[in-house]
Design a protein around this ligand. Structure first.
Ligand code: GLU
Length: 332
């Protein structure tokens, strides 16, 4: 066996020690990628579905075509579970549930109770009344969540039996769908901050005003205050969030919906005169005259028995100026 001469052995040991030292002290570096410098402020979270360039919509009208004139209820309402053969209601009875399109973020009309998880409100109670008249059991309802802009398509595609979602009866809409008699009358007004100088449509010039897409509220405010910048959202609850973020100056829609938003924030109030009347009807697919007559019969009954007033008092007593149940006008 050969052995290294003493000086070379010392040199090898020195080199090995030096290499070990390099690794141990971490001198072989892998630099971390550069990260952006920290910013001082964060912008408000961006809500999906917010649009600023809103096309001009027609002024909604229900008078031009006498839109609230509707079909007379049957002389004799059928008993629950005994719907006329081959009728629209018989099909719903056979299916076992009434499919109702509505929103679940419209406080007072249709919203999810945070404690029980149930969907409830004025519109929901109307839905239960119709289900009760068909099934003898008012719980036989399936809710489908719709935004305002989805209401017409849901009825045209018949993915729902009825839409009960603060839906105004208008001449434009009657081209695509049918409506029951009006079951509620609202007035378009303005929601503003308590400390703001916005007290009516005049102060909305050059201001940012929120409204949900696919609603009559947009066309009317554009006609009354063309200098307002309309910011459109998917739901009315989104307008509330935009107000709370300080991204808009006001919102405008029916007083009953605005009251439901104001009830959620003590800094907000409903202001100004009525900008126009809105007659809410139950949306029904075109061609279902039997269903229009039947729903009108249900509405007739809840007015006559005091049930309508009970539902109104339960949900909308915070509205000071209450219209009573609207008077129906029938044709045969
Ligand atoms: N009544 C208005 C409409 O039918 C607004 C209601 C809503 O968006 O739910 O367009």
């Amino acid at each position: 066996m050969t052995t290294m001469p003493a000086p070379r052995r010392l040199l090898t040991i020195a080199v090995l020690l030096a290499l070990t030292g390099l690794v141990a002290t971490g001198c072989v570096r892998f630099p971390a990628p550069e990260s952006p410098p920290p910013t001082a402020t964060a912008g408000p979270p961006v809500l999906p579905g917010v649009q600023v360039d809103v096309p001009v919509e027609p002024l909604p009208s229900s008078e031009a075509c006498n839109a609230t004139l509707t079909l007379r209820p049957p002389a004799q309402m059928p008993l629950p579970r005994q719907m006329p053969p081959n009728s629209t209601m018989a099909g719903i009875l056979e299916r076992g549930r009434l499919i109702v399109g509505l929103d679940i973020g419209s406080n007072l009309f249709s919203f999810r109770d945070p404690i029980t998880g149930d969907i409830q409100g004025f519109d929901v109670d109307i839905a239960h009344e119709i289900a009760g008249a068909i099934f003898g059991d008012d719980r036989r309802v399936e809710f489908q969540v719709l935004s305002s802009a989805q209401r017409i398509d849901a009825l045209r595609d018949m993915t729902v039996d009825v839409v009960i979602k603060t839906m105004s009866i208008t001449c434009d809409r009657l081209r695509d769908i049918s409506f029951s008699a009006p079951y509620y009358v609202a007035s378009q007004r303005i929601l503003s901050f308590r400390n703001s100088n916005v007290t009516g449509p005049a102060q909305l010039a050059d201001k940012r005003v929120c409204a949900a897409r696919g609603t009559t509220s947009i066309g009317r405010i554009q006609a009354i205050q063309p200098r307002a910048t309309i910011v459109s959202t998917t739901t009315w609850a989104d307008c509330l969030v935009l107000m709370q973020q300080g991204q808009i100056d006001a919102a405008t829609t029916d007083d009953a919906i605005l009251a439901g938003l104001a009830a959620q924030d003590p800094w907000l109030r409903v202001v100004g005169p009525s900008l126009g009347e809105e007659f809410y009807g139950v949306g029904i697919p075109k061609g279902q005259d039997d269903m229009i007559r039947f729903v009108n019969g249900v509405l007739e009954r809840i007015r006559a028995t005091g049930r309508w007033q009970e539902i109104r008092d339960r949900w909308l007593s915070i509205l000071d100026s209450g219209y009573g149940a609207p008077q129906p006008y029938y044709r045969d």
